[in-house]
Ligand binder design. Structure first.
Ligand code: SF4
Length: 382
C-alpha cells in the first residue's frame, strides 16, 4: 500500500471520532454524518492550528450545516445535463466525466456531495457508456476528469482511462480536476507523473483556498506536476471566515505563483444545501479583486465568477471600471480611481480603422480620419 492510501485509511471519518476529536454532540454528529460523511486525513488534519481556523472550517463538520435545508443538492443542474451516466455535457465542445466518488478529504462546502462519499454514488460499471458518448460526439475536444477526485484511482486504473481517451481522435485536451495537491500531496508520486506524461496535453485544475495550505509537501506536489509537463491552475472558492480578507487572498495567489500554479478562477460559493454559513456577499468578492487589480501582477489575479444556478455556466464578475460609454468614447477609471478616456473607433471597410472627427463638415457629418494611435487622456468628462 502506498503512503497516500495508508493516509486515507487513517483518516477521521466515524461519528465516534467526530465526537472524541472535535467535541461534536453525538446526536448532531450522527445527523451530520448522514448528511455528508467526514474524511479528514492525517496530513490535512496536521494543518489545523486552532479550533475554528480556516483549515478546520473546511473539513470539520459544523452543526450550522443542519440549519440550511433550503439549498439544492444539485445547484448547477449537472444531473439534468447528463445524457449518460457519469457525463455532464453543458458546453458545446467540452464535457465533464466523473470517474470517482472518492476524495482525499471531504470538503464541507462541496457542491457535488450528492455524488461524493460512498462508492455507489458514481458507478464505475457505467464508464463504457460514457466512453461511447464521447466517441460519438465529435464536437467534444476537451474532457474534464472529475468526481470526486480522479486521483483517488490507482495509477493503473487512471492510465486505462487516459489511454482510452487518447485513442479518441477528436479529444484534444484532457483536464484533471483534483484537490490532491492541496489535501493529500503525497498522492503526487513519480510513478503517477510518469503515467500522466504519456498522455499529454493534460492540464491540472487544483483547488487551494487558503495560504496555510501551501506547505513544503503541497509545493513539491505542484512542482512535480509542472515538471511532468502539466500546466497547473487553481480554482478557489470565496468563503466566509476563511478567505474573504483581500490580504489573505493576495498571499494565497502570490504563493501559488511561486509554486508555479496559476490562479485561474475565484468562485462565489454555489447554492448547495447545508453550505449557507460559508456564503459571502458578492461585494466582498468584488472587493478582493479590486484590491488586487493594479496592486499586484495580473498573473496573480484569477477570473472572479459565479457558476450560475441551474446550469447557466460560469459568468465573470468585475469591479465597475467603466464610468461611461457612448458611440464616441469609453470613460474608465483605473485602480487608483484616476479617470481616462479612450476614443472609440469605427471600421468603415476591412482595411481602415476610422474615427469620427470632432470637426463636422458642411452637412453636419463628421469627417473620418485614420487613427494612428489611441492615447489615454485624463480629463473631466462626465
Ligand atoms: S475534493 Fe472536490 S469533489 Fe471532493 S469533497 Fe472536496 S470539493 Fe467535493
Amino acid at each position: 500500500m502506498e503512503l497516500w492510501q495508508q493516509m486515507i485509511r487513517d483518516s477521521i471519518h466515524s461519528v465516534d471520532q467526530l465526537v472524541e476529536k472535535f467535541g461534536i454532540d453525538r446526536n448532531a454528529a450522527k445527523k451530520l454524518d448522514k448528511l455528508f460523511q467526514a474524511r479528514i486525513n492525517p496530513y490535512y488534519l496536521s494543518l489545523i492550528r486552532y479550533q475554528g481556523d480556516p483549515i478546520w472550517k473546511q473539513c470539520v463538520p459544523d452543526v450550522k450545516e443542519l440549519d440550511d435545508m433550503e439549498g439544492s443538492f444539485d445547484p448547477l443542474n449537472e444531473d439534468e445535463m447528463s445524457p449518460v451516466p457519469n457525463i455532464t455535457h453543458r458546453y458545446p465542445d467540452r464535457c465533464l466525466f466523473l470517474i470517482s466518488s472518492q476524495c482525499g478529504m471531504y470538503c464541507r462546502f462541496c457542491t457535488r456531495k450528492r455524488k461524493v462519499g460512498d462508492s455507489g454514488k458514481i458507478s464505475m460499471n457505467k464508464l463504457e457508456s460514457a466512453f461511447n458518448y464521447i466517441e460519438k460526439h465529435t464536437e467534444i475536444r476537451d474532457v474534464i476528469l472529475s468526481g470526486g477526485d480522479p486521483l483517488m484511482l490507482t495509477d493503473v486504473m487512471l492510465e486505462k482511462i487516459l489511454k482510452r481517451l487518447r485513442g479518441i481522435p477528436h479529444v484534444e485536451i484532457i483536464r484533471l480536476g483534483t484537490k490532491m495537491p492541496c489535501v493529500l500531496p503525497h498522492r503526487i508520486t513519480p510513478n503517477l507523473c510518469s503515467v500522466i506524461k504519456k498522455y499529454h496535453p493534460i492540464y491540472i485544475n487544483t483547488h487551494f483556498n487558503h495560504p496555510w495550505e501551501i506547505t513544503q509537501e503541497s509545493s513539491k506536489a505542484c512542482q512535480m506536476l509542472v515538471d511532468a509537463g502539466c500546466p497547473v491552475n487553481n480554482q478557489a472558492v470565496l468563503m466566509r471566515d476563511i478567505n474573504t480578507d483581500p490580504e489573505v487572498m493576495k498571499e494565497l495567489f502570490l504563493k501559488l505563483l511561486k509554486i508555479r500554479v496559476r490562479p485561474y478562477y475565484l468562485f462565489m460559493t454555489d447554492e448547495t444545501r447545508s453550505t449557507m454559513h460559508f456564503r459571502t456577499s458578492i461585494a466582498e468578492g468584488i472587493e478582493v479583486i479590486e484590491k488586487l487589480r493594479g496592486h499586484t501582477s495580473g498573473l496573480a489575479i484569477p477570473h472572479f465568477a459565479i457558476d450560475a444556478p441551474g446550469g447557466g455556466g460560469k459568468i465573470p464578475l468585475l469591479p465597475d471600471y467603466v464610468l461611461h460609454k457612448d458611440e464616441d468614447k469609453i470613460v474608465l477609471r483605473n485602480y487608483k480611481n484616476e479617470v481616462y478616456v479612450y476614443k472609440e473607433v469605427k471600421r468603415v471597410n476591412e482595411n481602415d480603422i476610422l474615427e469620427e472627427n470632432d470637426d463636422s463638415n458642411d452637412n453636419g457629418f463628421a469627417d473620418p480620419m485614420i487613427i494612428k494611435e489611441n492615447k489615454g487622456i485624463t480629463e473631466e468628462v462626465i
